[in-house]
Design a binder for this molecule. Structure first.
Ligand code: 5AD
Ligand code: SF4
Length: 447
């Protein structure tokens, strides 16, 4: 979600006449796009602001803007920071070019956040929609790939989560706007589109007596020439539309067989306290249904360890659930109290830091074992990948006779594949025979 916002803002600023620089020393304007999901992410931003404060001593005219969730959450408190000139929330990004121009011209501080974030205004939604349609058509940060928002905000109010308070209520974009945007992207050579939403599987839009679901969107996008792979993240474990979405995945060769659907915990007591509306048994049934409809589907999820009141037994239930999910990968986080959320207001952060650390390590070890077993199944098999470009990390790989660099690609099931090949393959599909595996990465040779 944040990467998409960065791409949109970059595109809007280019149109307004700005050019991009990676060097702070050269910059007239520095923008930091922020995340508030965990405290750690916010602390990193504050430490960056400390550096910028020093740099501003020698570059006093430099304008520093904070955009994103932290801007909405902290508002004028953030504007008080010596280094900060602009604070602009996620629902105000259509105004960013104007705010920067004003800050540059008048040397005044600018605050743009939504006062009542849970009340969505029609004007604001329209402005966001126009911004999205205008600037969401060149978002190719990775060759041949683009992100397209299906919905904004969230109405779920999981008790630990800040998102509903900083991104506002759920708003689904009109299907024709989404499809039009994907057509334009396809026209520019985009081959893979990822539809985005906090709970993207609950996408719903009433239009001419008919309700569009994510399944309908995927179907319509599958008809677009040039688009080869379609993905969607993130899914919330929910009955609504689940079978339809899995059926489209099974039927359409373009919809990648990959589902990111966080469980968060395996303890029914903790799931209830998290305000997740399911229990562990039902969650596993849902995965079984997904696997029955889409054989070979790769499933990934998130967990929070150390939620208030999480006992050893609760944690054991999470370990048991993870073993049963056979996730191909999981993202595991330590509970981080977020001010304003119901968990923070009502529950004490009781699990000590070292216990959280121990639990995260244990869960990661269980996941590593599962991932390793799943990866091994690829040995000596050929996989189709979309090549992203040069591998940033250098891996010890099989010898390549042609002296080609190491490239990175992904399978439809989101496995990272490292192989040697010509850079010209970036943005293209390729076939690779897997010769070596590790838990999260496959290594092979072009075939
Ligand atoms: N503390 C820790 N992890 C969190 N997440 C969301 N809120 C918190 C929090 N307060 C995690 C969830 C979610 C992922 C994006 O971040 O696992 O799925
Ligand atoms: Fe946060 Fe829950 Fe919404 Fe996900 S579904 S964004 S965890 S409130």
């Amino acid at each position: 979600m944040n990467k998409l916002d960065t791409a949109l803002v970059t595109s809007a600023l280019k149109e307004a006449g700005f050019t991009l620089t990676e060097s702070v020393k050269e910059a007239d304007v520095v923008l930091i796009n922020t995340c508030s999901v965990r405290e750690h992410a916010e602390q990193r931003v504050l430490s960056n602001l400390g550096h910028l404060k020093h740099i501003k001593k020698s570059q006093p005219d430099m304008v520093v803007g904070i955009i994103g969730c932290m801007a909405q959450r902290l508002g004028d408190k953030l504007l008080e920071h010596e280094a900060v000139n602009i604070v602009c929330g996620p629902t105000q990004i259509p105004q960013i070019a104007r705010l920067i121009t004003e800050a540059l011209e008048r040397n005044e501080k600018r605050l743009a956040v939504t006062e009542k974030i849970r009340k969505s205004s029609e004007d604001q939604n329209q402005a966001l929609e126009r911004f999205e349609s205008a600037y969401g058509i060149e978002g190719k940060q990775i060759p041949s790939q683009a992100f397209v928002r299906a919905m904004r905000g969230c109405n779920n109010f999981c008790s630990y989560c800040i998102v509903p308070y900083v991104r506002g209520p759920e708003v689904c974009r009109p299907p024709e706007a989404i499809i039009e945007q994907i057509k334009k992207l396809a026209g520019q050579g985009v081959k893979q589109v990822t539809l985005l939403g906090q709970t993207v599987n609950s996408y719903k839009y009433k239009k001419d007596e008919r309700t569009w679901s994510l399944a309908d969107l995927l179907n319509a996008a599958s008809d677009i020439e040039g688009i080869e792979w379609l993905r969607f993240v993130t899914s919330y474990p929910s009955e609504e539309f689940f079978d339809e979405i899995m059926q489209v995945m099974a039927d359409s060769p373009k919809v990648c067989n990959y589902l990111h659907m966080p469980a968060q915990s395996g303890s029914d007591k903790i799931l209830h306290a998290m305000n997740r509306n399911y229990n562990a048994t039902w969650y596993l049934e849902l995965l079984a249904r997904a696997r029955a409809t889409v054989p070979g589907i790769a499933i990934a999820g998130d967990f929070i360890v150390g939620f208030p009141g999480e006992s050893e037994d609760d944690f054991e239930a999470t370990v048991e659930l993870l073993k049963k999910t056979r996730y191909r990968n999981s993202f595991i986080f330590k509970y981080s109290p977020r001010p304003g959320t119901t968990a923070d207001k009502r529950l004490q952060d009781t699990v000590p830091a070292e216990v959280k650390q121990k639990r995260i390590a244990e869960l990661l070890a269980v996941q590593k074992k599962i991932s390793d077993q799943l990866s091994r199944d690829f040995l000596d098999k050929e996989v189709k990948i979309l090549v992203e470009g040069l591998s940033k990390k250098s891996h010890l790989n099989i010898v390549d006779s042609g002296n080609n660099p190491q490239l990175l690609g992904r399978t439809a099931t989101d496995y990272i594949v490292i192989f040697n090949g010509p850079v010209s393959l970036a943005g293209q599909f390729a076939k690779v025979k897997i010769k070596k595996t590790s838990p999260l990465t496959l290594f092979g040779e072009l075939t």
